[in-house]
Design a protein around this ligand. Structure first.
Ligand code: NDP
Length: 445
């Protein structure tokens, strides 16, 4: 890492002790930015990096709620409003027991660059809670969401901060959150949340957008080597919103997706995952992946283990951070891997990224490859602002244009900085320069 940047990075790490994922995300971005600071000394003079690493505002709050047995429960809520140089803070809410400030900060930091890459007018933020939705009834989820919003509402707004979903937060949760916001504020402010239902201000394609976008990005990477998804053997991790829609899109493009996972295990279906069945189990019945095995022939369910023990020509990690390590990456490379598209945020460890890059694997980092979700959220905000709703075909066309644009911008930036094919460098520099220019223009705030 450039020595000037290393000194700033060390200060950031010391000021934010115990936030391992945040440290990892900051280090990864800083490693790309040396050459930018040679060309733009004004970014150092303007203390851009120091300001970028210090969120504009961090909110931590108590979320009290009552479970079905009448017991009082207390969780912790977070919203980190990281950077509003390009627009209102924008980023999802994650409900998962692992959520803590360091995780929310890593996600919010990544979100700044991702949102800049989309070309849409959105800043970066992220939030969530250590609430575990697994095994909770619908009524418990509703009461939790209502309590969460009873504090959050005062910090968000169409022009301030616009949350959306992430792990553990889908259409159902956004509905309860929106309802409570509307009730407290007495405003039908559609643009305050995205991922809404289609009849009350949502956008077509938003549920599919992250997974579809990841596959569109990966298809563009494959094209640079004269390849495509057609005929590829694909392994996907996760079986949530991003994973299911990535599977659907990859198979539409002619790939066979042979496996996907959840935190308990994975299924192997050599004939190609039956997306309709998977949606039924996960989205309608809210069941577990294990249930898939009994309902389709020639399927194996592996309890525990890692889906990355399987061979694939294309890997789409779509579950969570640091789920694919250096040893798994090396194994995949030895067994014929061509490309990786990160549907999740930071699913590959730094060791894994190094293995992929040294082996010349096409590697699309999450902040570029999974930007389709937030980009379509910005399209939802556009529709809300103009009180309009677009067709599926039109919205999907916009999503495709945006993803191809992100791919091309990352590739062109990597070329410009002398490292063709390095999408990590391209994404980090491409996103950073846009935000840094806006921050300089807006003065020391
Ligand atoms: P969902 O909650 O819909 O699904 C998450 C999936 O990942 C589930 O299969 C879950 O398994 C698995 N998973 C979650 N945590 C772990 C863990 N600690 N270990 C193993 N598996 C785990 O979330 P999404 O699909 O929305 O999000 C997946 C990833 O994509 C996240 O990294 C998120 O930040 C990222 N992302 C999401 C966007 C969106 O639009 N939703 C946008 C951009 C990025 P189980 O059910 O067993 O917990």
């Amino acid at each position: 890492m450039d020595a000037r940047l290393e000194a700033i990075r060390d200060t950031v790490l010391a000021r934010n002790p115990g936030e391992g994922e945040f440290h990892q995300a900051v280090t990864e971005v800083f490693e790309s930015l040396g050459p930018v600071h040679d060309r733009h000394p004004e970014f150092l003079e303007g203390a851009i990096l120091e300001r970028l690493c210090e969120p504009e505002r961090q909110i931590i709050f108590r979320v009290p709620w009552v479970d079905d047995a009448g017991r009082f429960q207390i969780n912790r809520g977070f919203r980190v409003e990281f950077n509003s140089a390009l627009g209102p803070f924008k980023g999802g809410l994650r409900f998962h027991p692992s959520v803590n400030l360091g995780i929310v900060k890593f996600l919010g930091f990544e979100q700044i660059f991702k949102n800049a890459l989309t070309g849409m007018p959105i800043g970066g933020g992220k939030g969530g809670s250590d609430f575990d939705p697994r095994g909770r009834s619908d009524a418990e989820i509703m009461r939790f969401c209502q309590s969460f919003m009873t504090e959050l509402y005062r910090h968000i707004g169409e022009y301030t901060d616009v949350p959306a979903g992430d792990i553990g937060v889908g259409g159902r949760e956004i509905g309860y959150l929106f309802g409570q916001y509307k009730r407290i504020t007495n405003r039908y402010e559609s643009g305050v949340l995205t991922g809404k239902g289609i009849s009350w201000g949502g956008s077509l394609v938003r549920p599919e957008a992250t997974g579809y976008g990841t596959v569109i990005f990966a298809e563009e990477m494959l094209k640079t080597r004269g390849l495509s998804f057609d005929g590829q053997r694909v392994v996907v991790s996760g079986s949530g919103n991003v994973a299911i829609n990535a599977i659907a899109k990859a198979q539409t493009l002619g790939a066979t997706v042979v496996a996907c996972s959840d935190s308990s295990g994975y299924i192997v279906d050599e004939a190609g995952i039956d997306v309709a069945l998977l949606r039924q189990i996960k989205e309608v019945e809210r069941g577990r992946l294990k249930d898939y095995e009994a309902r389709r022939s020639a399927v194996t369910y592996v309890d525990g283990g890692s889906v990355w023990d399987l061979d694939a020509t294309v890997a789409l990690p779509c579950a969570t951070q640091n789920e694919l390590d250096g040893a798994a990456a090396a194994r995949l490379v030895r067994h014929g891997l061509l490309a990786v598209g990160e549907g999740a945020n930071m699913p590959s460890t730094r060791d894994a990224v190094a293995v992929f890059q040294e082996a010349g694997i096409l590697f699309g980092p999450g902040k570029a490859a999974n930007a389709g979700g937030v980009a379509t959220s910005a399209l939802e905000m556009q529709q809300n602002a103009s009180r309009d709703s677009w067709s599926f075909a039109h919205t999907e066309e916009r999503l495709t244009e945006i993803m191809v644009g992100i791919h091309d911008r990352c590739a062109a930036t990597a070329d410009e900085y002398g490292d063709p094919g390095n999408y990590v460098l391209g994404a980090n520099i491409g996103g950073f320069v846009k935000v840094a220019d806006a921050m300089l223009a807006q003065g020391l705030i």
